[in-house]
Design a protein around this ligand. Sequence first.
Ligand SMILES: C[S@@+](CC[C@H](N)C(=O)[O-])C[C@H]1O[C@@H](n2cnc3c(N)ncnc32)[C@H](O)[C@@H]1O
Length: 213
Amino acid sequence: MVANIALGILGLLVAFQVLARLAKKVFHATFPAPALIGPFLNSRFRRMIQPPDKVLRQSGVQAGMSALDFGCGSGGLTTFLARAVGETGCVFALDIQLNMLRQLQRKLGRAEHRDIHNIQPVRANAHELPFHDDSLDLVMVVGVLQEVPDPSRALREIKRVLKPGGIAAVSELLPDPDYPLRSTTVRLGREAGFHLDEASGSFFTYTVRFKKP
Ligand SMILES: C[S@@+](CC[C@H](N)C(=O)[O-])C[C@H]1O[C@@H](n2cnc3c(N)ncnc32)[C@H](O)[C@@H]1O
């Protein structure tokens, strides 16, 4: 019985992956994840398969950093990032979809997050980041890079806004229909002019940490 249910879930996941990837190929399309997946991004199940503290550790987050949550969605990682950089740091939570940013605002309005005052939501396109050159310590890119129409351009933009020595941390999770192999992420980062600092995690959920020279 349990084995049948597990096989059913696995089958559905595989079918979803195949259909989503086929649709992308046929229509030559990249599109942002629909805002209706916002609750999943904030769910306990998501935190179980991609624990935020692990992603933050692998990304090299430190107190006092100026950080950008690039494609923050409904804020699945944003509040964890805000607590990790602390009161001396700040987090810009950037997304192209207003509906995702509204979900983040609602999350921040809940009692358990009212003590967080260092998040600034920003509505912008990943291709044109509204930040000065060499201004940020860390950019976290979780499940976003392959959703952006031109990932290489987005990485060059991330490099522009990072301080020298700043970190770009790209994390991916396999059920995401845009999931790329780790080798693809490493290649794209290097092509954009980053140094590979560390690649960690498993095949299913990994983080590649780059540094701006
Ligand atoms: C799969 S969600 C991941 C959200 C969040 N990083 C997380 O891990 O919970 C991808 C997010 O990237 C955003 N996104 C996609 N394309 C974008 C673009 N061109 N510019 C800015 N954000 C974009 C989507 O709106 C969506 O909220």
